[in-house]
Design a binder for this molecule. Structure first.
Ligand code: ZN
Ligand code: ZN
Length: 557
């Protein structure tokens, strides 16, 4: 019994009963069961038995293992524990994840369990870093899309005080290990029931009083329902990063507190309940640290000095300067994009379709530019409440020239320049191409500068500090692109860019109206990882200020 639900119990009991009834002792004998199944057998049990039979073994143990919360499965497969030891750890301590294991190792509670002891505890402790690395990761875009419906439904429940995704998803990492949702509520049952209703036929991996693990599109979604009065510590611990929490623990110890995954304690061991993370930060003398910058490097020192930046947020965004329409490879008309941008409350947007030589499946031709300009003019009259800029995303050709002649580029309000090839050019050549594009007075912005493809292709290996210096000098904007396959610049690079004095753009690069919101949100999340503030971002400004910035670059002609 590891999953702990009634279905598992019934399944195991019925299997044992059938096996003894028919005197089945080996898998070879199972075949007879399917020829004449007992009339009252649950079809689900029969189906699973048949699966076991057909895969060639009496693999009850394996099949039970396969239905475990993923972290326990990895622990078993690492060889650090036997199945009995795993069951004992789970049963005695309710452990379902690596985070629980790390907490139990920290408190030395594993070694006291029957059949575990110091040796196994040490083996688990040694296996933990590798276990974290083993966790299969999914792209941030997919993880966000999977978590969103759970968060929306749970937040709408009256008993839920707040609900957040935790872990690498909340920190906005480009690849996410776990989808783990924390929802603070006194009555966990309704919350768990509601979560089970979010997906159509959820496969439950584990359910206990305040926890649920299920499979949604083959990805594990975890839910924890802590009591609101002390839920701050749970969220803080599960959000991580591990290094950030360790640094907080050290800071707590230095200021006379004991911080554990279970809560904050005074030196005499009294729990000081904290409903929110902010209360814990305040108690140990820190400004609350935004999840996106909880890396465990310099953020604690900045929080202690009271010098954390006020990071850019979705509410600061006043427009979107990079998106595609059916004039190139976008799926929606310009009008559909405009309407969605109005719904998002934007003051402006730019339509920026691909130039002829880009690798896009459809591109904007020179003749198309004129037709598009007419379309946009009509839409400007129809929607006077939003400014529609006419732009393009022009490829930088191998020799550094642009994929539209100047006569055409002049017709646009702005031009984004980009490289789209995966390989074939040395860093030196790539740099030259960027340099000649940035020197061009009609180029407003460099999009997705590393041209990485999450998770398949790393970005160009360039001297980005030199690139940023050139961008400052030529008044060229550089982008944080929010498309899940780009997220480019990433947080680390964005931090270096703004430190170099660059103004950046945060864009959706959306190819569909329905993705404008989410991809902007991912772009903002990524920029936040780079300590980016509203003042660093062009599209937090009014349309008048944006026009001034666009004109300043062109004036250099
Ligand atoms: Zn592009
Ligand atoms: Zn694009």
């Amino acid at each position: 019994m590891i999953r702990g639900d009634a279905a598992e119990e019934a399944f195991l009991a019925r299997t044992r009963e059938l096996a003894s009834l028919r005197h089945l002792e080996s898998d070879a004998e199972l075949g007879s069961l399917f020829e004449t199944p007992p009339p009252d057998i649950d079809p689900e049990i029969l189906k699973r038995l048949r699966q076991m039979y057909e895969t060639g073994g009496w693999v009850l143990v394996e099949s039970t293992i396969a239905d475990l919360p993923a972290d326990l499965r990895w622990l078993f497969e690492s060889g650090a524990v036997t199945l009995e030891q795993l069951a004992s750890i789970h049963k005695a301590l309710g452990i379902t994840s690596n985070a629980d294991l790390a907490a139990a190792v920290g408190e030395r509670t594993l070694q006291e369990l029957p059949g575990i002891g110091v040796g196994v505890e040490a083996a688990i402790s040694a296996a933990l870093p590798a276990l974290r690395a083993l966790v299969p990761r999914i792209p941030l875009g997919r993880a966000t899309a999977l978590a969103e419906p759970f968060l929306e439904r749970l937040r709408a429940l009256s008993g839920v005080v707040w609900a957040h995704a935790a872990g690498s998803l909340r920190r906005g990492q480009d690849m996410v290990g776990d989808i783990e949702i924390v929802a603070a509520a006194d009555q966990p049952r309704d919350v768990i029931e509601e979560a089970l209703r979010v997906v159509e036929a959820p496969r439950c991996l584990h359910r206990s009083e305040r926890r649920l693990y299920l499979l949604d599109e083959r990805v594990q979604v975890g839910l924890r329902v802590p009591e609101p009065a002390n839920a701050g510590a749970t969220l803080l611990y599960l959000t991580g990063s591990v290094r950030h929490f360790d640094a907080l623990r050290a800071r707590a110890a230095a200021t006379g507190w004991l911080l554990t995954p279970g809560g904050l304690y005074t030196s005499d061991g009294t729990l000081r309940p904290a409903a929110s993370e902010d209360e814990i930060y305040a108690a140990i003398g820190l400004q609350p640290v935004p999840p996106e910058i909880r890396n465990g490097d310099d953020e604690i020192a900045a929080a202690a000095r009271g010098e954390l930046p006020a990071l850019v947020s979705v509410q600061d965004i006043r427009g979107d300067l990079h998106m595609h329409s059916t004039y190139s490879d976008g799926r929606d008309s310009i009008e559909a994009m405009v309407q969605e941008c109005r719904t998002l409350g934007y003051q402006y947007l730019a339509i920026t379709d691909h130039s002829p030589h880009s690798a896009a499946t459809r591109t904007l031709t020179v003749e198309g530019v004129g037709k598009q300009a007419e379309d946009i003019q009509q839409l400007r009259e129809r929607y006077p409440d939003i400014t529609i800029l006419h732009g393009c995303e022009v490829d930088i050709l191998p020799d550094g020239r642009l994929d539209f002649p100047d006569k055409v580029l002049e017709r646009f309000d702005l031009a984004l320049a980009s490289l789209h090839e995966g390989m074939g050019h040395s860093p030196d050549q790539l740099m030259k191409r960027y340099a000649s594009a940035m020197k061009h007075p009609l180029v407003t912005m460099i999009t997705h500068p590393t041209n990485r493809l999450v998770p398949h292709r790393p970005g160009y290996d360039l001297d980005y500090d030199r690139l940023f210096a050139m961008a400052v000098e030529t008044r060229t904007l550089v982008e944080v692109d929010g498309a899940p396959a780009h997220l480019d610049m990433d947080g680390e690079l964005a931090r270096r860019a703004v430190a170099a004095g660059l103004t950046i753009a945060i864009s959706s690069d959306s190819h569909r109206a329905t993705l404008l919101r989410r991809q902007m949100q991912l772009g903002v999340l990524t920029a936040r990882r780079g300590w980016v503030e509203p003042r660093h971002v062009v599209n937090t400004r009014s349309i008048e200020d944006v026009r001034t910035i666009l004109a300043a670059k062109r004036a250099a002609r």
